[in-house]
Design a protein around this ligand. Structure first.
Ligand code: FAD
Length: 597
């Protein structure tokens, strides 16, 4: 395709997962577009490259941390034989199949980096690395959050006298002989830090993991008994705990209500019961962030490695002199290598005018530029639990409807209020991480908000009156983006096929209320003999249904007055009365010392 000085409705920068989704939805909305991709292939971080290229990307052994139910796109299921968590090669293949299925390749130009983007009058002009330029009425930036490694350690005075090798995680691609017999220190509490630490224990003499601000660690698979397709399994993929019904029983976001006196809900109590404080109980990595008030690291296998003595947990580094690392607890250790899993900085160097870049939190719903709504950013929010994939799809759908005029953008005053509210509550709720992680969102509530704006929020009432059994299936199924097609009955066969795949027996609410039962009667679940198990089964079923009965008034109330709507109204009241501001000051004071450490 030759696109020299061509005009398009939309130019899309970046051909990763977000760029592909944006392209698909923009084309489906009847608009013309071109996708400019800087590298020689689509797929973004999911394209494995054996040599570090200074950008973030999967390593040789990366497996997705989010699972199939939240990863697959609404109208393009992952193959049935894909495992719950996919190898990076499988995600990459899925993205390529997606591009083929929706005929996206004709709209993608490879090896074309957008180098300069400016706006004159109503038209955006995008220049690429080949010297070609493209004009468009609208622009979507999908350049990704993993382009510019955060190497702040290079300026950090603590490492001024270090002679030990120090690298950013983006330089690590695979386990090689170079790591054999080495003493390695890893800085960071995110999933990359966990992945690298786990892998390096296979070769290194010692692996020490420092998590400076503490971290919630959340097992990707939880020890909850479920029955799927008639077979009993002793575990459940944690992502599939995400049904609407569970959110009614245990509305996680309500914990935000009173940040300082966090209400511990069933699920959080259960995780603490299983693993200890912050889901792991390792003193060096604990913090006071409430459940759902901090990004969850779902690669919790490092916890077991700590207990097995393969990983040494530490809080932070006080200084490094030569190759001697002194930790904040006063202990010292010689190291051969420090790997900084310090994340990435989001930048948009291609904008001729800096005002178009700006902070993620300054955009309407983290997507639309508030002063120039012909500019949108997709793929710049992070889910607490959930997936980038799901978020990028919903953002793409929303932007396509907006850009094609199918829906209107709320008035500026409404947008301003929404942005101010999001900002304030971002800081309030995610105070333990917000200074370091931009665009963190509560996956389900955020998706629902965008779905409402895009006019695709499922009409559960209509479904209830039409087919209560389907309604129950739908509200008790795991989160899957196909739910946003529920209002269109032509998709029902596929939607309910997927739901059945995740929870064949979801008419039993057991899965959703199990955490509650575990809290009440944990002793009942430790039996071994057949008789004990039969008694357990009977008791469990009795308990399930008595709890459903007990809870039904609460559930009924919550169905009619959904907690997320009440929570939204409460947020407004808190802002207007000034209570939110006071709370924020308290939270800032509480975390000030923590963040400084
Ligand atoms: C190791 C790793 C594991 C991950 N695992 C998960 C997971 O399990 N679940 C999950 O939900 N998320 C995961 N993520 C997050 C991941 O970023 C998202 O899944 C997703 O790939 C984001 O897609 P994107 O298109 O927004 O960004 P990217 O994949 O980064 O793609 C951006 C694209 O834009 C291109 N580009 C950048 N600048 C320009 C320019 N100026 N001109 C033209 N092209 C440009 C880049 O070359 C790239 O191809 C993981 C990330 C990493 C690094």
């Amino acid at each position: 395709m030759s696109a020299v000085d061509q005009q398009f409705d939309v130019v899309i920068v970046g051909g990763g997962l977000s760029g592909l989704l944006a392209c698909k939805y923009i084309k489906a909305a009847g608009l013309t577009c071109v996708v400019l991709e800087a590298t020689d292939d689509i797929g973004g971080v999911w394209k494995y490259r054996d040599r570090p290229n200074g950008k973030g990307g999967v390593t040789f052994s990366t497996v997705s941390t989010s699972s199939k139910s939240v990863n697959e796109f609404s109208d393009f299921p992952m193959p049935d034989d894909y495992p719950p968590f996919q190898r990076h090669t499988q995600v990459f293949k899925y993205l390529n199949d997606y591009a083929d299925h929706f005929n996206l390749r004709d709209s993608i130009l490879l090896n074309r980096e957008a180098t300069r983007i400016g706006k004159t009058g109503e038209l955006w002009t995008t220049k690429d690395s080949e010297g070609d330029s493209y004009q468009s009425r609208q622009l979507i930036v999908c350049s990704g959050m993993h382009q510019f490694p955060n190497k702040n350690y290079e300026q950090d005075p603590r490492y001024r006298h270090a002679t030990v090798s120090m690298i950013h995680s983006s330089s690590y691609k695979r386990l090689t002989d170079d790591y054999f017999g080495k003493d390695i220190v890893i800085m960071g509490g995110g999933e990359t830090a966990s992945d690298l630490a786990t892998e390096l224990t296979h070769a290194a003499d010692s692996v020490t993991v420092c998590i400076p601000h503490g971290q919630w660690l959340f097992p990707a698979v939880t020890p909850v008994e479920v029955r799927t397709n008639g077979a009993r399994r002793a575990t459940m993929v944690s992502d599939t705990f995400s049904s609407r019904l569970r959110r009614l029983v245990d509305p996680t976001f309500a914990t935000f209500e009173s940040h300082l006196q966090t209400k511990a809900h069933f699920t959080s109590r259960t995780f603490e019961k299983w693993g200890g404080k912050n889901g792991h109980g390792i003193a060096e990595w604990e913090n006071d962030a409430p459940y759902y008030g901090q990004f969850f690291n779902k690669n919790a296998q490092i916890v077991e490695l700590v207990h097995r003595g393969q990983i040494e947990p530490k809080r932070s580094i006080r200084s490094v002199i030569g190759d001697m690392v002194e930790f904040c607890d006063g202990s010292k250790k010689r190291a051969d290598l420090i790997i900084f899993c310090s994340g990435y900085i989001t930048r948009f160097p291609f904008f001729a005018d800096e005002k178009y870049g700006g902070a993620i939190n300054d955009r309407f719903k983290f997507v639309v530029h508030n002063d120039d709504p012909s500019l949108a950013f997709i793929g710049f929010t992070r889910p607490l639990v959930g997936s980038f994939m799901g978020l990028s799809e919903m953002q793409s759908l929303y932007v396509s409807k907006l850009f094609s005029g199918q829906i209107a953008l709320p008035e500026k005053a409404v947008r301003d209020e929404s942005i101010a509210e999001e900002k304030l509550f971002q800081e309030l709720i995610f105070s333990a991480t917000t200074n370091r992680i931009e665009g963190l969102v509560n996956f389900q509530s955020y998706m629902d908000d965008l779905a409402s704006l895009a006019g695709v929020r499922p009409d559960y009432w209509k479904l209830f009156f039409k087919n209560p059994v389907k309604w129950y299936f739908a509200i008790s199924a795991a989160h899957n983006n196909c739910q946003f097609l529920l209002n269109d009955e032509t998709f029902h066969d596929e939607i309910f096929r997927r739901y059945r795949n995740y929870h064949r027996d979801n008419l039993k609410v057991r899965v959703h209320i199990y955490p509650l039962i575990v809290n009440l009667v944990p002793a009942l679940f430790n039996g071994k003999s057949r008789i004990v198990m039969a008694i357990q089964d009977a008791l469990r079923t009795a308990l399930d249904y008595s709890l459903i009965l007990l809870l039904s008034p609460v559930l009924l109330f919550r169905v009619f007055f959904p907690p997320d709507r009440r929570w939204k109204r409460k947020k407004r009241r808190m802002i207007r009365s000034g209570r939110a501001g006071i709370l924020l000051e308290q939270v800032r004071a509480k975390y000030a010392s923590e963040m400084d450490s």
